[in-house]
Design a protein around this ligand. Structure first.
Ligand code: SDX
Length: 430
C-alpha cells in the first residue's frame, strides 16, 4: 500500500495524516495517531466512513457493484466452483488443487458428527425455539467439547475450519429434524457437502430423499454468494469479540447472533414474511410502498437497500437468475416470485427508491429458492450463517494472525451526559 498525506488544520495548527491506498485504489486517511497528536477523535455512528482493519480477503465496490473473493470475481466463482472450493479459497488464499480439495473434503467428512452428548441439548430447547438461537448456542458449546481446537492451538487451518464447517451443517439439520419430531439423519461419507446437508434435512426412514442435482448446484451457488462480504456487521462482530482473545467457536457464535438481526442476515426471512403479507393483502403493493416511504413508520422493504451497494447487489442478480432456473427445474410455481419481481419493478420507477439507490440485495430473492427446496422460513438465516462461516473464520484467523497491528477493539465516544455534580444522600432526595 503506497503512502501520501492529508493535512488537517485544527485551531490554526496543521497536522499531516498518512493516506493509505489499497490494492484496488481504495483510499483511507490513517488516523491511528490522531488523538495522540491532536487530542481529537472522530465520530462516525454506524462506522459509515470508518475502516476497522486492512484485509486481503474480499474486495467490494458499492458504486460499481463489484465483489471479489481473494481477487476472483463472484460471478465466476459462483458459476465454476463448489462451496467447498470457495471456502478453501477464502481460508487459504488460493483455489485448491485437486489433491488439496480431496483432502479438505475428507476432513469435512471426518468431522461431520457432533458429540452424541450434544444431541441431548436439542431435547431441552422449547418447541418453538429459534433455529438461530439454537445454532449460536450449539456453536458456542462446541468449545466445551473441543477445547483444544480453538483456532489458536497451532492446529492446521484446514482442520480447524473443516471441523466448524462440517459441524454447523449437522447442527442445522439436526435442529430442523428435532423441531418437526423426526428421527435424526446422520451425515454420510459418500455425499457432497451440500448433498449431505439436504439428505440430513429431508431423508426419512419411510421415504428416502433423492438428492436433486439442480438443488445441489443451486445450494452450492447460494452458499458461495453468502461466503464473505468484508466488514459487514456480523464479520465485524466476529473480529471484535475475537480481538478480546476469545476462542474461535465463541467468536463465531457472536457473529451468528449479529447475523440474526432483520437489518442484516435476518432480512431473508423478513422478505418472505413481507411478500406473504402482500400476497394475503391481494397484492396491495401501494400499501406497502407507502408504509416503506413513510419516515414516521419503522417499516422498511426487506431485501432492499444496502450500506455499501448503491447499485444492484451483484449477488442479487445471480440469485434472481438462479431463482427462476431452480423453480422451473423443480416445477414449482410460487406466487411470491411474481410478487417479488413486481415489487422490484415498482421501486425502479419510484423516485424515493431511485433517489436513495435502494436496490434488491442478497436477501431479496434467496428465500424464494430456499422455500422451493423445502427449507422452512425460520431456517433461512441459518442458511446464511452456513454460507458466511468460511468468511467469518477467515477474518478471525486474519485478525489473530496480524500480530503487528492486532489489538482489542475499543471505540471511543463523545460524552453528552451531565457535567460533574454533587452527590445527594438518599434521605435528602425527597
Ligand atoms: C445484509 O453490510 C453487508 O455487507 C450486509 C450483507 C452481507 O452480505 O453481510 O450484504 C447482508 O445484511 C444485506 C441487508 C439486508 N437488510 C435488509 O434488507 C433490511 C432493509 N434494508 C434497510 O434496513 C437498509 O437499507 C440497510 C440496513 C440495509 C442499510 O441501512 P443504512 O446504510 O443505515 O441506510 P439508511 O437506513 O440510513 O437508509 C438511507 C435512506 C433512509 O431514508 P432517508 O432518511 O434518507 O429519508 O434510505 C431509506 C432510509 O429510510 N431506506 C429504506 C430502505 N433502506 C434504506 N427505505 C425503505 N426500505 C428500505 N429497505
Amino acid at each position: 500500500m503506497s503512502e501520501k498525506h492529508a493535512t488537517l488544520t485544527i485551531e490554526g495548527n496543521n497536522y499531516r495524516l498518512p493516506i493509505i491506498t489499497g490494492t484496488a485504489g481504495d483510499k483511507a486517511i490513517d488516523i491511528r495517531e490522531l488523538r495522540s497528536t491532536t487530542g481529537y477523535i472522530t465520530l462516525d455512528s454506524g462506522y459509515m466512513n470508518t475502516g476497522s482493519c486492512s484485509s486481503d480477503i474480499t474486495f467490494l465496490d458499492g458504486e460499481k457493484g463489484i465483489l471479489n473473493y481473494r481477487g476472483y470475481e463472484i460471478d465466476v466463482l459462483a458459476e465454476n466452483c463448489s462451496f467447498v472450493e470457495v471456502s478453501y479459497l477464502l481460508l487459504m488464499g488460493e483455489l485448491p488443487t485437486q489433491t488439496q480439495l480431496n483432502d479438505f473434503r475428507a476432513l469435512l467428512s471426518r468431522f461431520a458428527l457432533i458429540h452424541e452428548d450434544m444431541i441431548h441439548f436439542f431435547d431441552h430447547f422449547p418447541p418453538n425455539a429459534s433455529p438461530m438461537a439454537i445454532l449460536s448456542t450449539m456453536v458456542n458449546t462446541l468449545h466445551n467439547f473441543y477445547p483444544e481446537m480453538t483456532g489458536d492451538s497451532g492446529e492446521d487451518l484446514p482442520e480447524i475450519a473443516a471441523r466448524l464447517l462440517s459441524k454447523i451443517r449437522t447442527i442445522a439439520a439436526f435442529s430442523y429434524k428435532k423441531s418437526i419430531g423426526h428421527p435424526l439423519v446422520y451425515p454420510r461419507y459418500d455425499l457432497s457437502y451440500c448433498g449431505n446437508f439436504l439428505n440430513m434435512m429431508f431423508d426419512k426412514p419411510v421415504k428416502p430423499y433423492v438428492v436433486h442435482p439442480q438443488v445441489v448446484a443451486t445450494l452450492n451457488k447460494l452458499l458461495i454468494l453468502h461466503a464473505d462480504h468484508e466488514q459487514n456487521c456480523s464479520t465485524s462482530t466476529v473480529r471484535l469479540v475475537g480481538s478480546a482473545g476469545v476462542n474461535l467457536y465463541t467468536s463465531i457464535s457472536a457473529g451468528i447472533s449479529a447475523l440474526w438481526g432483520p437489518l442484516h442476515g435476518g432480512a431473508n426471512q423478513a422478505v418472505i414474511e413481507m411478500l406473504e403479507a402482500i400476497h394475503q393483502d391481494n397484492n396491495d403493493f401501494e400499501k406497502y410502498i407507502k408504509k416503506a416511504k413513510d419516515p414516521n413508520n419503522p417499516f422498511r422493504l426487506s431485501g432492499f437497500g444496502h450500506r455499501v451497494y448503491k447499485t444492484f447487489d451483484p449477488r442479487a442478480t445471480i440469485i434472481k437468475r438462479a431463482c427462476k432456473q431452480t423453480l422451473k427445474a423443480l416445477n414449482v410455481d410460487d406466487p411470491l416470485l411474481e410478487i417479488a419481481m413486481q415489487l422490484e419493478e415498482i421501486t425502479r420507477s419510484d423516485e424515493y427508491f431511485v433517489g436513495r439507490n435502494l436496490y434488491p440485495n442478497v436477501d431479496f430473492y434467496s428465500g424464494i429458492i430456499y422455500r422451493a427446496m423445502g427449507i422452512p422460513t425460520d431456517m433461512f438465516t441459518v442458511m446464511f450463517a452456513m454460507g458466511r462461516l468460511p468468511g467469518w473464520i477467515s477474518h478471525w484467523m486474519e485478525m489473530m494472525g496480524d500480530t503487528k497491528d492486532r489489538r482489542i477493539g475499543r471505540p471511543r465516544q463523545i460524552y453528552r451526559g451531565h457535567k460533574k455534580r454533587d452527590f445527594v444522600p438518599l434521605h435528602e432526595r425527597g
